[in-house]
Design a protein around this ligand. Structure first.
Ligand SMILES: Nc1ncnc2c1ncn2[C@@H]1O[C@H](COP(=O)(O)OP(=O)(O)OP(=O)(O)O)[C@@H](O)[C@H]1O
Length: 303
């Protein structure tokens, strides 16, 4: 693996060009352009059902694009933490066994990954008895054990309380720092965008907008919504877009027209979806009305 870079390199690990998935006549997501370089953290945000997981699945090859292309660096090693894992919870399963389900790993690789994720003491623990945060660490250990070039993490903080969330983001930052891998991170909560994120891409059935995160502590609105504790560790980004997502899921364009879907090629957009601000009446401090911060009770759990 390459030496850890201090900033993202120019080596592109993965890129999606105008990629989309069509199922039973419906586009799950469409018009996705994104790339991840070695050492770069790219975070996908957006509301439920906006196409983040479908895009990640295209990236790792679980879903094949119905249109567009997905290119991976030859020989790319990918570590993937899916949003859902099909595990039979009635069968005894240790952390060690969980790590080797997907393929052989030698003892040293297992130990190193467990130590890096802070759960070496849980190697022989039953997965069923792990806390939410421990389980996410076990999944992370599994993903990094093969020394991936690219880590794809689909909502890695689900089922984890606030301080656990911060600890997991610290861990992700450390992994990037130590190994220099690229990271594609998915979150549907605006407030969990990592400060270390190089690029944030906002989905809403398509790539809605993208940009660089900005420190949330500078945003009074964000502070009011999520509180100063969140602002200390996390970041937000400024973006511009040329359309409004209506509550019923339709899209109102800058020309006033309303369509069921929104796609870069549908003739309604006035600027490229490449970070260049579109013709736009106003800039939003955040991509969409943010979802309320999860409480432990409302947060979806890994199991
Ligand atoms: N295999 C599938 N077949 C049919 N529809 C699907 C399939 N997978 C996902 N969908 C639909 O595609 C849309 C996008 O789903 P996706 O899981 O990509 O969204 P997401 O942004 O990751 O959402 P969340 O934040 O809730 O995880 C959703 O409406 C979902 O119901």
């Amino acid at each position: 693996m390459a030496a850890p870079p201090s900033s993202p390199s120019h080596e592109v690990l993965l890129s999606l060009h105008n990629a989309g998935v069509l199922r039973e006549g419906r586009w799950l997501v469409r018009g996705v352009d994104l790339s991840v370089r070695r050492g770069e953290i790219v975070t996908l945000i957006g509301p439920n059902g906006s196409g983040k997981s479908s895009s990640a699945k295209m990236a790792v090859g679980v879903l094949h694009p119905s249109e567009g292309t997905v290119q991976r660096m030859p020989g790319l090693r990918v570590g993937y933490v899916p949003q859902k894992l099909a595990v039979d919870w009635t069968l005894p399963l240790t952390v060690r066994r969980l790590m080797t389900l997907a393929g052989r790993l030698d003892d040293a690789a297992i130990r190193t990954a467990l130590e890096a994720t802070g759960i070496a003491h849980l190697e022989h623990a039953a997965v069923q008895h792990l806390s939410g945060g421990e389980f996410q660490r076990a999944l992370m250990a599994r993903a990094i054990a093969c020394q991936p070039d690219l880590l794809v993490l689909d909502e890695p903080v689900q089922g984890v309380d606030f301080s656990g969330e911060i600890a997991l983001y610290d861990l992700i930052r450390d992994i990037r720092q130590r190994t220099g891998c690229g990271i594609l991170l998915i979150s549907h909560d605006l407030h969990v965008v990592m400060a270390e994120t190089d690029t944030v891409i906002c989905f809403n059935g398509h790539v809605c907008c993208r940009g660089t995160p900005q420190v949330v502590s500078e945003s009074p609105e964000y502070l009011r919504l999520f509180g100063p504790r969140a602002a200390r560790a996390l970041a937000i980004y400024q973006h511009h877009h040329d359309h409004v997502h209506l509550p019923d899921g339709r899209t109102q364009h800058a020309d006033g027209s309303i369509t069921d879907h929104c796609h870069p090629g549908d003739g309604h957009h006035h600027g490229p979806e490449d970070g260049t601000p579109h013709t736009h009446p106003h800039a939003h401090p955040h991509p969409h009305p943010p979802a309320p911060a999860h409480t432990p009770e409302t947060r979806p759990h890994a199991r």
